[in-house]
Write a protein that binds this ligand. Structure first.
Ligand SMILES: Cc1ncc(COP(=O)(O)O)c(C=O)c1O
Length: 387
């Protein structure tokens, strides 16, 4: 817990699904960039720039290694966030290749809305698949022929995972489709599901992985033949004439430049590399503590007659509402006690409001910073509120 020693006694941060708290080593890596080698990557030849290039490269490698993917099959580009990555792909992918676009009912607005605009712009049908209660997709119910599929690997409502992701990827590929994974919620605590995946693209947010605010895209090299680069500018070209240019991405070693237009967030990228190392170092005890905190909170909520849980199982991300109590008011009451939790629909309006007809909800999302005492305090206050 010393890595989160800036947390004040009494502060209970339960919004890690939105953005994780950043541990000390990550903050220090960001500071080192600013104080020791503040420089542009990719462009400068002086020593600071070389150091930046080296560390940025380390982050790309670390991210592939984190998911057990090989550099010969995939490359890593950095973006603003998951939303930006998915939109960059949907805006530039060759729509003529597809007969339809598919997503699922429990998606965050980021894939949900971008698939909607993709369908509208290209006059293609859009299908919203129904996820099973455990998060999987019943493959027998769908035809993936020439489909562009965009789905999450883990939900931001209750952490349920796409357990049959590997079968889905195989089925989509067999039927001539392409699959983009929204990995925003899976990367920090459920990354095993994405290991050795053969998905065409994985978009995520470093800020949900104990790193600074930053997005990433892990792109299968094969996918490049379907991308027409239109979002373009500095840092992406080797040569420019009056009416034509040569993209640096044509060289396999610089494929990542395909999506990195303009100056990048070098310090954040470098600190992201530190966050990946930090995540890989989490001990059995760290994982056990997170699992125990999740279970204790879940068991308590389940035992309360007035609590309606969305989760079917314990998860670091747990969502519910209390009968007869407005969740926004509950959130404000908890805030007065130092407990920081999210209220509303968490950008999953379609499923939570229009399919499930839930009232606004409250979400507790934990991380490795969560202490057992945080859960004691949360339970004690909820007991008081519930009477
Ligand atoms: C499952 C999921 N997808 C996408 C996003 C969007 O992430 P960002 O806002 O970092 O683009 C989120 C954010 O909470 C999410 O939980």
């Amino acid at each position: 817990m010393e890595d989160f020693d800036f947390l004040q006694d009494g502060d209970v941060y339960l919004d890690a699904a939105c953005q994780s708290l950043r541990p000390r080593p990550v903050i220090e890596a960001l500071n080192r960039y600013y104080t020791e080698h503040n420089s542009c990557g990719e462009r400068v030849k002086y020593a600071w720039g070389r150091k930046t290039d080296e560390l940025v490269e380390d982050t790309r490698d670390a991210l592939l290694k984190y998911l057990k993917l090989k550099g010969k099959d995939y490359f890593v580009s950095f973006t603003l966030n998951t939303t930006y990555g998915i939109n960059l792909l949907l805006d530039q992918i060759d729509a003529k290749h597809f007969a339809k676009v598919m997503t699922s009912d429990i998606e965050h607005n980021s894939p949900f809305l971008s698939t909607m605009t993709f369908a509208r712009r290209h006059n293609l049908p859009r299908e919203v698949m129904i996820r099973e209660r455990d998060g999987s997709i019943n493959l027998a119910n769908y035809d993936f022929k020439k489909a562009l599929v965009v789905v999450n690997a883990a939900s931001n409502i209750d952490g349920r995972v796409l357990g049959n992701l590997k079968e889905l990827v195989k089925t989509v590929h067999k039927q001539g489709g392409v699959i983009i994974i929204d990995a925003a919620q899976a990367m920090a605590h459920s990354s095993a599901i994405l290991e050795k995946t053969e998905a065409d693209a994985i978009c995520g947010s470093a800020h949900k992985m104990y790193a600074p605010s930053l997005g990433f895209m892990i792109i299968r090299r094969d996918l490049m033949k379907l991308i027409d680069t239109t979002f373009i500018g500095g840092g992406m070209v080797d040569d420019v004439d009056k009416e034509k240019y040569q993209l640096s991405a044509e060289s396999p070693n610089h494929a990542y430049t395909k999506f990195e237009s303009g100056l990048q967030a070098w310090g954040e990228i470098i600190a992201f590399g530190e966050a990946i190392k930090w995540l890989e170092k989490r001990s059995k005890e760290d994982k056990k503590r997170l699992a125990e905190c999740s279970q204790r909170l879940f068991d308590f909520l389940k035992s309360q007659p007035k609590v309606h849980l969305v989760n079917e199982a314990a998860n670091p991300t747990t969502t519910f509402y209390i009968e007869g109590l407005d969740s926004h008011m509950l959130g404000a009451a908890l805030s007065n006690e130092g407990i920081m939790a999210r209220t509303g629909y968490f950008c999953v309006h379609y499923y939570l409001d229009h399919v499930m007809h839930y009232p606004p909800l409250i979400r507790f999302s934990m991380g490795y910073h969560t202490r057992s005492a945080d859960i004691d305090k949360t339970i004690e206050i909820l007991e008081r509120i519930l009477g």
